[in-house]
Design a protein around this ligand. Structure first.
Ligand SMILES: Nc1ncnc2c1ncn2[C@@H]1O[C@H](COP(=O)(O)OP(=O)(O)OP(=O)(O)O)[C@@H](O)[C@H]1O
Ligand SMILES: [Mn+2]
Length: 436
């Protein structure tokens, strides 16, 4: 393990993760801090929390040292990433998610499967997903992808994988053992949720909540006897502060047992997408390919939509939310997830270079993932990804690199220029030269 940890350190020290980027102009931050409130106006503007039992009486000013970690996270979101590489706030943020007292729990409306929103004394919030499946269970082959369970460990592993790929587009997620009585049943104001609690025949406390899928006694989640493994993802800024736009994936599956989607029958499908806004300009297509690569590596077939922050228009990163259906199978890869890369033959240079790095023995993807996941609090209960899942990552990475090579061969055969690799580092090189 020690050598794996130093591999991860070496990876994050590599120049490919430490490229100089231009200073961020003010309009490229998602949120702005309001100017300091004058002391005379303070009393009326201060958050009133006395009535909300369990909350801290916080007095925030514009000095970021006094900000709670979740607020620092919100203030660090920019046009290009959710958090910076080697984020000095990450330790405190994940620590809060993992250990902070839970003062309120309610169901999150919308979505198909049970999810809860939990609040901390400093007003931070997290989205909770419970463990529904043992780590070594493989998704039933006769189950359609849209009927698959969501997995708490997939949410956790997706955050680590996204960071290792250098994207930083998944909100931080940690594992936590939640006491379903003390931290859910006893404190929830949600009567509909509270009503679904029961004690199983062997004395474990279980509940199922209300949702459109898997919220019934047969699909209850149970503590052991009260402790339940779960994932807690830090909440993004409220929609009233930062509106998000949802985009339908051009390679969306049909979500029907009998129909095929257009991309499954038209081999030239990407040439249409490339001409269609917003994929015809900027980096949207290669950003989407980045997401496709993440999904192929973790076997996520459920990427029907993705979101962006409206403030940044079309010129921004894609949020990689909702990864619960990843890591369902390790013994089989799902080639259809990689179809957009195969059909479009485009990839960011910086992504491709990092993928090649991760295929080298000294930075091997499975090793750095194992090391990264060992920092999660649930690692002491059981490894977040079993060895076969880690091995599948290396195998799938090879497939991604082979797909890119095939694209390059095909293109040189066709006598084309270098259109496979999209050089997103040119502006960085300019900066380095002008700085030097
Ligand atoms: N960390 C987060 N902070 C704020 N909102 C989030 C976060 N993660 C997800 N969401 C929002 O919550 C909604 C539901 O989450 P999620 O997609 O994980 O649930 P789901 O049950 O899988 O939904 P669906 O079945 O529709 O895909 C998403 O549409 C997303 O906008
Ligand atoms: Mn989903």
């Amino acid at each position: 393990m020690e050598s794996a940890l130093s591999k991860l350190e070496a990876l994050f020290d590599h120049p490919l993760y430490n490229m100089l980027s231009p200073p961020i102009p003010e309009e490229d931050w998602l949120l702005r801090v309001k100017p300091k409130v004058k002391a005379s106006e303070k009393s009326s503007q201060m958050w009133v929390s006395a009535s909300q039992d369990g909350y801290e009486d916080v007095q925030w000013n514009s000095s970021s040292n006094s900000h709670p970690p979740w607020l620092r996270f919100h203030l660090g979101i920019s046009r290009w990433q959710l958090y910076p590489h080697r984020d000095p706030n990450m330790e405190a943020l994940t620590q809060q998610l993992a250990t902070s007292r839970i003062v309120s729990t309610v169901q999150k409306s919308g979505g198909t499967q049970l999810k809860l929103v939990m609040s901390f004394p400093n007003y931070g919030q997290a989205m909770f997903k419970p463990m529904k499946q043992e780590r070594d269970d493989e998704t039933n082959y006769n189950l359609y992808y849209f009927s698959d369970f969501e997995r708490h460990n997939a949410e956790i592993a997706a955050f680590h994988l996204d960071r290792i790929l250098g994207y930083r587009r998944v909100p931080p997620v940690v594992g936590r053992l939640v006491d379903v009585v003390k931290e859910i049943k006893d404190i929830t104001t949600d009567r509909k949720l509270a009503r679904t609690f029961f004690t199983s025949p062997v004395g474990n406390v279980c509940f199922y909540g209300q949702c459109s899928y898997y919220c019934s006694t047969e699909h209850a989640v149970c503590g052991s006897p009260r402790d339940l493994e779960s994932s807690l993802a830090v909440m993004l800024p409220d929609l009233s502060l930062a509106t998000r736009r949802s985009w339908r994936s051009p390679w969306r599956r049909s979500y029907s047992r009998s129909k095929l989607a257009k991309w499954e029958t038209e081999s030239d499908y990407c040439s249409t997408v490339k001409k269609t806004p917003p994929y015809n300009k900027g980096t949207r297509l290669v950003d989407f390919i980045d997401l496709v690569i993440l999904d192929f590596l973790m076997g996520n077939m459920d990427r029907h939509h993705y979101e962006t922050f409206e403030k940044f228009g079309n010129n921004t990163f894609l949020l990689h939310l909702d990864n619960g259906r990843a890591f369902g199978r390790h013994s089989k890869d799902e080639p259809s997830i990689l179809v957009p890369l195969e059909q479009c033959c485009r990839i960011r240079l910086s992504t491709w270079l990092r993928l090649r790095l991760l295929s080298l023995p000294q930075y091997r993807l499975s090793d750095v993932m194992r090391a990264s996941l060992s920092h999660d609090p649930l690692h002491s209960v059981a490894p977040l990804l079993s060895e076969p899942h880690l091995a599948a990552l290396d195998r799938r990475l090879q497939t991604v690199l082979e797909t890119v090579s095939r694209c390059q061969k095909q293109q040189s055969k066709d006598g084309g220029g270098n259109e496979v690799i999209f050089d997103d580092t040119a502006h960085l090189k300019d900066m380095v030269t002008s700085a030097g």
